[in-house]
Ligand binder design. Sequence first.
Ligand SMILES: Nc1ncnc2c1ncn2[C@@H]1O[C@H](COP(=O)(O)OP(=O)(O)OP(=O)(O)O)[C@@H](O)[C@H]1O
Length: 456
Amino acid sequence: MANHTLAEFIREEEESKANKLKRVSLAEALNLKPKGLLSSSSSAHDLRHIELEKEKENIASPIGVLEACMEEFHSHQVAKPKTSCPRARHWTNFFKLLKKKSFKRLGSLPHFSIPKIAKWKSKSSRESHVLSKLYSFNSTWVTFSLSELRNATNNYNSENIIGRGGFADVYKGCLPDGQLIAVKKLTKGNTDDNTVGFLSELGIIAHVDHPNTAKLVGCCVERDMQLVFELSTLGSLGSLLHGSDKNKLDWSKRYKIALGIADGLLYLHESCHRRIIHRDIKTDNILLTENFEPQICDFGLAKWLPEQWTHRNIPQFEGTFGYFAPEYFMHGTVDEKTDVYAFGVLLLEIITGRPAVDHLQQSVVIWAKPFLEANLTKDLVDPSLGDDYDRGQLGCVVIVTMLRSHNKYGRDSKTSRKIPLRRTYSEELLDAQEYNSTKYLRDLKRHQQIALGLEI
Ligand SMILES: Nc1ncnc2c1ncn2[C@@H]1O[C@H](COP(=O)(O)OP(=O)(O)OP(=O)(O)O)[C@@H](O)[C@H]1O
C-alpha cells in the first residue's frame, strides 16, 4: 500500500467495487432459490424480501454506503466523551437500534456492510478520506436534534403542514439563522418500510447536487426519522397546476419548468456520480422555487443503476398509476426510460392542465390521443391559457410527449398508494402489449410527420 499513489488506490477500489457490483439480475437470483419460490402463491412480501436480501450483498446500495460513510465520519467522535457530540451519538444509537431490532425484515436490511467498515477503520486517515471520495458522499448536511426541529416547526404545529405524502407529513419551518426549511417527518405506514425508505432516500439524495433537484439540508434520527430540505416556496407543480393558483402558471413558466425537469432528469441519469432512476416522476414530486425553478424531489423509490447494468428488475410494484411505462408493467424492468416515460405523461399535464388521471379515472394520455392523431394540437392546450402560448415551443413539447407517453390507464396520483387498485395487472398488461405491438410504430410515424410539418 505504501508505494501506491492515490490514483492507483482509487482505481483499485473502483475495480473491486465494480466486481462486487456484478450482481446477477433478480430473475437469475431467483433461480438460485428453492424451486417453487415464485409460485403463484408468492407474495409481494416474499419478493420484497428477496430483493432486500440481494441488496444486502451490494455494499454500494444507498443504505450500505450511507452507513459506511456515517460510521466513518463519526467514528473519531464516538471515541470522545459522550457529551462531546450528541449528533454523532444519535446516529450511533440509530444504527445500534437497527442492528438490535428483531423485526424480521429489518434483519434483511442492507445496512451491515461491517467488513467494509472494519476494513476502512483500520486504514490511515488519508485512505478513509478516499472513502468519501469513492462514495461521492456529500457530508455537508446537518444532523439535527429533535428539539431543534421542534423549535423550527413550532412544535410540529398542524398549521405548518405544507404537504402530505403516502408516508410522511411535511412541515414548513424556520431555522435560527432565518433559513426556511421543509421537514419531512415519516409517521405513516409500517416502521420497517419507513426505515428502509428513509435510509434509502437519504443515501441517494446525499449524492445528488443539481439546481433541478431538491436540496437536502439535513436529517434527524432522534426518535422519528426526518429529512430536512430547503423550502420550495411555491410548493409542488401538482398543487399549482391542479389547484386554484393555476393562473400563476403562464406558458413561459410551464415551458421553463418542462426544460428544468428535463435537465434534472438528464443529470440523474447521466451526469450524477451514480446513475439514478427516480421511479416516481410526477407533478407532485416536482417542487417549485420562488423563481419557478423546478426541483425533482421524493427519492423514496429511487434506485442506483450500476454502469454495467442495462436495467434492473423490480419485483414489487411501486410508483404512481398514470405514469407507469409499459415495460414496467410487463416485466418489472426499470431503467432511464421508466423516468422518461413518466416525464412524457407529466409534459402532457403541463400542456393540458389536466391531471394524469382525473376523478373519473380518465387518463390524460387517452384523452389527448384523438387530438394528437387528428393533428389538433391546439385543442390540447389548457383552456386557462387561451391563445397565450408559443406555438413553436408547444410543438416541441408535444413531439417529446408523443414519443414518451402512451400509457393508457391510471389513477389519481395523490391517492394511488392509499387505495386499492381497481384495474388488474392483466388489464394493464394487455394495454401495454397492444401498445407495444401496433401503436408505437404508428405514433412514431405521426411524430415524424409533425416534426417535419409542424402543423399546429
Ligand atoms: N422542500 C419542500 N418544499 C415545499 N414543499 C415540499 C417540500 N418537500 C415536500 N413538500 C410538499 O410535501 C409533499 C409530499 O412530499 P414527498 O413527496 O416528499 O412525500 P412522500 O410521503 O414521499 O410522498 P409520496 O406519497 O409521493 O411518496 C410534496 O408534494 C410537496 O407538496
